[in-house]
Design a protein around this ligand. Structure first.
Ligand SMILES: [Zn+2]
Length: 408
């Protein structure tokens, strides 16, 4: 019986294909037709002939005719979440809790969008929680800017992320201190008061310094002195014990906390000992029960470093997906690149329609759902890829035209 319906089914899918991509392609249309009418496979030659004819007829129509005719059909929405690979470890019902951890010093850009959407999608897919965690424990070189806590949240909400909770690391210092003391008591961390050059030299030569061998009670006394201000900035740091001869010298007894004598925009001068990224991230991922971390592959070394903190506490490290970088033509993938382009006058601001920020995308008329479709369609491979504007525009057209039809 399928041949009775064949013309109609071909017409429908040819219209949809033309609507989405400008021109219908027989190869795309036949795949849809066969999926809907599997009996067609029995005679592919005849089926293809009907498809070619139907596609030619549809491609002869004007855009307005295609739009008007396609609106008479209904198409099931493709389930975007099914486009991401399954997490085998979660299939048995394990919780998939994820997070995005930006530094509050600029608007969210497409790189943030990628990690946010992956985290949000995976949490939704498996019914977990998606956290927004501001990593703001560097009051000097990555100085937080107060208004960006709110602005980044706005950007992610515009993107459609379902955020479970928002936390600021700068408000959690006592928690990090507590965990630091636990490691010291267990003899797994120590205060190092060596001069910077000496520490570097020891590290390069895979040699332990004298501080490493001191008792845990001595380490705790030194720690107290650090907190009380007995040491100036650079005078003492807390280091975790790894292998002193780890093949990668930057991993050897990496620094967990250090003194930064500078006012923090949120907490002022209340604290002077600040955790470094890897220590704070490991504690928070554990405390927030994060089970999946998505990160750019350039952060692989951080995962190795954090592994030492997890091992020292006896915790399980979260699963991770390392992805390639979403590059932007013109080299604007980092916040600092965008900031420099604004300073040079090449962009009028963060919301310039040419800027790869979410504000820029909005100004350009890009629907946030199109950004989501685009990111998901890129998958989770490790290869870097350039933002394909034409592909993003084609995803966007769907939403813009649907809205235009709804208004008419
Ligand atoms: Zn030392």
């Amino acid at each position: 019986m399928y041949w009775i319906m064949l013309d109609e089914v071909v017409r429908k899918h040819a219209l949809k294909n033309a609507f989405d991509y400008g021109k219908a392609q027989p190869g795309s249309v036949i795949a849809k037709v066969v999926a809907e009418l599997p009996d067609c496979k029995a005679d592919m030659k005849s089926t293809m002939a009907v498809v070619v004819k139907g596609v030619a007829e549809v491609n002869a129509l004007s855009r307005a005719q295609v739009e008007s005719e396609v609106s008479g059909y209904s198409f099931p929405e493709k389930k975007q979440r099914d486009w991401l690979p399954e997490l085998e470890w979660a299939l048995g019902g394990a919780e998939v809790n994820t997070r995005i951890a930006p530094n509050p010093s600029g608007y969210a850009h497409m790189g943030h969008a990628k990690q946010a959407i992956l985290g949000d999608e995976y949490a939704r897919k498996y019914g977990g929680k998606f956290w927004l965690r501001f990593e703001d424990t560097d009051p000097r070189t990555k100085k937080p800017v107060p208004e960006f806590y709110e602005l980044i949240l706005e950007d992610l909400e515009w993107l459609g992320c379902k955020i479970y909770k928002v936390v600021k690391q700068s408000e959690r210092l006592l928690i990090y201190y507590d965990y630091c003391e636990r490691l010291m008591r267990a003899g797994k961390a120590y205060v190092c008061t060596c001069a910077k050059e000496e520490m570097q030299k020891n590290r390069l030569e895979a040699r332990a310094c004298a501080c490493r061998g001191q008792s845990s009670s001595h380490a705790l006394l030194e720690w107290k002195k650090m907190l009380d201000g007995a040491y100036a900035e650079g005078g003492a740091v807390v280091r975790i014990k790894t292998e002193v001869d780890h093949p990668n010298s930057s991993i050897r007894d990496w620094v967990m906390l250090r003194i930064v004598d500078e006012a923090h925009p949120v907490t002022g001068k209340k604290y002077r000992v600040w955790p470094l990224y890897n220590f704070a991230a490991a504690i928070d991922d554990h405390e927030m029960d994060i089970t999946l971390v998505t990160r750019g592959k350039e952060h692989e070394l951080n995962a190795i470093k954090q592994g030492y903190a997890y091992a020292a506490f006896g915790w399980t490290q979260p699963h991770s997906i390392e992805t390639g970088v979403l590059k932007i033509r013109g080299g604007l993938e980092h916040k600092s690149d965008i900031r420099d382009a604004i300073a040079r006058g090449e962009l009028s601001g963060w919301d310039d329609p040419r800027a790869p920020t979410l504000r820029g995308m909005k100004a350009r008329g890009i629907d946030p759902r199109a950004i989501r479709d685009y990111i998901i369609s890129c998958g989770v491979g490790k290869n870097d890829s350039y933002l394909d504007e034409a592909k993003l525009d084609s995803f966007n057209r769907k939403y813009v035209e649907r809205e235009r039809n709804a208004v008419v």
